[in-house]
Design a protein around this ligand. Structure first.
Ligand code: GDP
Ligand code: IMO
Ligand code: MG
Length: 434
């Protein structure tokens, strides 16, 4: 049994797309388990760049199956746009992509509703991707959501759609966020979408479980990151789904007893897009240097990512809630030119060292990071694909991260492309992939 979860261990954009694409060579199926087109997973293959939002990163490997699990919210226009763009690049999407009949459907009215939380005085603006993700999950939990299976049953869909949209119109008018939407025209578009998606729709929980029984290997791909998880992240500055390892089970219908390991993806530093606390944010010139060297701009919204130093207590926390077997440390090359590299080794609050992640934003904002400085290696690691070839100080840096987080760095990424990667011989990660 080789069924492995790969997910982000920080606030998203850790480089999951590159790593999932690379590791998918070892699996038969790649299944996404949560989120929607708020995700932006960038993959470079030669001189071609792909940004995947809804479709699992495994789709780029010929013959591999890709599953959009029940835990996702699907904007049909985004999905169709993504399929068309990939197919025009020669990728056979429709032969290999399966969409859960239980995934939820996102409508333009969800984007309108997002203005309730993001734009109104007195509400905390999260700095979302404005894709309507939160309101769509609200409808799911509120038990009025439209699922893919509902969409395929035209009469039932029309009745449900009309009633839900009537509610949204009333609320939007009441709160002064109403915008003229052609509800009937949108319904027609969704009918057309239903016809296009129908051949790809499956009970993907059954599909995955049967595949596992037949000895196939499944990789579960998380979107966003552990600190954006609705339960375990920096609430309310989080996304509306479970990005952590448990989400892989609920978001696909595959039981924990079928999972053989969990791999966390972490940058060699930390970034965050949108609002919310970020204890190790570098607000001096160093943050800007990281942003410039790492091209830290959002793949979905183009926003500048906030940048800062590696946060070992945060990683210990996400390692605990996810049970990481191994860590992939990405973007090591971005730190090549720093003389000194601070690493946060402890949190202090009110003069006291804290070992737990505080539950409120107000408390996280009070954290004073305690740093230890590691000497930089002042030479290029870009593209290095063997551990032995890393400069000794880069190895020391990685060893320090391992020691302070308690998790092995089983894989190191030194550039955006597939071959710019080191998988360490003898690591737990290597065993999970074989
Ligand atoms: P994801 O959302 O976790 O898939 O990450 P994003 O694609 O949003 O952001 C990661 C960015 O870093 C992308 O532009 C990748 O091409 C790039 N990237 C990934 N790994 C490396 C690496 O090791 N070095 C460098 N320089 N860039 C990388
Ligand atoms: P990937 O998969 C980084 C952030 C948004 C905002 C918060 C809520 O590429 O790592 P939402 O639109 O989800 O309601 O926004 O979550 N966010 C991400 N940040 N990477 C992502 O995805 C993100 N998806 C959402 O910036 O702070
Ligand atoms: Mg991203």
């Amino acid at each position: 049994m080789r069924n492995v979860i790969i997910l982000g261990s920080q606030w998203g954009d850790e480089g999951k797309g590159k790593i999932v694409d690379l590791f998918s060579a070892h699996f038969d199926i790649v299944a996404r388990y949560q989120g929607g087109n708020n995700a932006g997973h960038t993959i470079f293959i030669g001189d071609k760049k792909f940004v995947l939002k809804l479709i699992p990163s495994g789709i780029l490997r010929p013959g591999k199956k890709a599953v959009i699990g029940n835990g996702l919210v699907i904007d049909p226009a985004a999905l169709m746009g993504e399929i068309d763009a990939l197919e025009s690049s020669g990728i056979d999407v429709r032969a290999n992509l399966f969409v859960s009949n239980r995934a939820h459907v996102l409508f333009p009215a969800h984007r309108m509703m997002e203005k309730m939380s993001e734009g109104r005085p007195g509400r905390i603006s999260i700095g979302t991707t404005a894709r309507g993700i939160g309101p769509c999950y609200e409808d799911k939990i509120g038990r009025r959501g439209v699922r893919i299976a509902d969409l395929l049953d035209r009469d039932a869909f029309h009745a449900q759609y009309d009633s839900v949209m009537e509610e949204k119109t009333a609320i939007a008018k009441l709160f002064g966020i109403y915008e003229e939407l052609d509800f009937r025209g949108i319904r027609d578009e969704y009918d057309a979408f239903a016809d296009r998606i129908r051949p790809m729709v499956r009970d993907t929980a059954l599909l995955l479980n049967r595949a596992i029984e037949d000895g196939q290997a499944v990789m579960f791909e998380g979107a966003q990151g552990s600190m954006l998880d609705i339960d375990h992240g920096t609430y309310p500055f989080v996304t509306s789904s479970n990005a952590t390892a448990g989400g892989a089970c609920t978001g696909t219908g595959v039981a924990p007893t079928r999972i053989s390991g969990v791999i966390g993806v972490s940058k060699a530093y930390v970034t965050r897009v949108g609002g919310g606390p970020f204890p190790t944010e570098a607000l001096d010139g160093a943050g800007e240097r990281i942003r410039a060297r790492g091209h830290e701009f959002g793949a979905v919204t183009g926003r500048a990512r906030r940048c800062g130093w590696f946060d070992a207590p945060l990683l210990r926390y996400t390692a605990a809630i996810n049970g990481f077997d191994s860590l992939v440390v990405t973007k090591l090359d971005v730190l090549d030119e720093f003389d000194q590299i601070p690493v946060c080794v402890a949190y202090r609050m009110g003069g006291r060292e804290v070992t737990e992640m505080p539950p409120t934003v107000a408390a996280v904002e009070k954290i004073e990071p305690v740093y230890e400085c590691m000497p930089g290696w002042s030479s290029s690691t870009f593209g290095i694909d063997s551990y032995d070839d890393l400069p000794p100080r880069a190895k020391d840096y990685l060893a320090f991260l391992e020691q302070r987080t308690g998790v092995e760095a089983g894989c190191i990424s030194t550039g955006p492309e597939r071959n710019q990667t080191i998988v360490r011989p003898g690591s737990r990660l290597e065993k999970l992939l074989s």
